[in-house]
Write a protein that binds this ligand. Structure first.
Ligand code: ATP
Ligand code: MG
Length: 133
């Protein structure tokens, strides 16, 4: 069975709650403090994007165990407007809100794997995995 914990994102406090959930799961799994910080930063960026661009959504964390290789997957989902050009948002400095445009490229760098599924009908789902080294 896959263990999953989720936090709904509706306001700024929920971003803090998602971060906290990420830290707890990462710590319990045995991630070191530096990787815990990477994971919580990634979660903050994804949660903040949900809040800013989609209004509401969810952050879920799934524990991974693939043939003894352990890690976690962050799943950020929303039913917002979607991301029209995924390549563009992965460029450093691209922002539609006057932000730094560092969030998504940052998440990709902090995590081991990163994937965006998005459409204007279905909203956005972002998956980011980190393995314990
Ligand atoms: N969940 C989402 N739904 C719709 N659009 C999104 C979503 N997340 C990101 N985007 C779009 O991708 C762009 C880039 O996101 P990114 O997090 O990299 O930068 P930013 O939020 O603009 O600035 P920063 O995160 O550095 O403060 C955003 O400006 C926004 O247009
Ligand atoms: Mg952002």
């Amino acid at each position: 069975m896959t263990v999953q914990s989720c936090v709904s994102i509706r306001n700024e406090w929920d971003i803090v709650a998602a971060r906290q959930m990420g830290r707890n799961v990462a710590k319990d799994l045995g991630f070191g403090t530096v990787d815990q910080a990477r994971i919580t930063t990634a979660i903050s960026e994804l949660a903040r994007n949900i809040y800013l661009y989609a209004g509401t959504g969810q952050i879920c964390i799934e524990e991974l165990d693939e043939y003894g290789k352990r890690g976690l997957k962050v799943i950020a989902t929303d039913d917002g407007p979607g991301i029209p050009d995924i390549r563009q948002v992965m460029e450093d400095g691209f922002s539609t809100s006057g932000g730094l445009g560092a969030g998504l490229p940052g998440v990709k760098r902090l995590m081991d794997s990163f994937q965006i599924d998005s459409s204007s009908e279905e909203g956005t789902a972002i998956y980011a995995v980190k393995w314990i080294r």
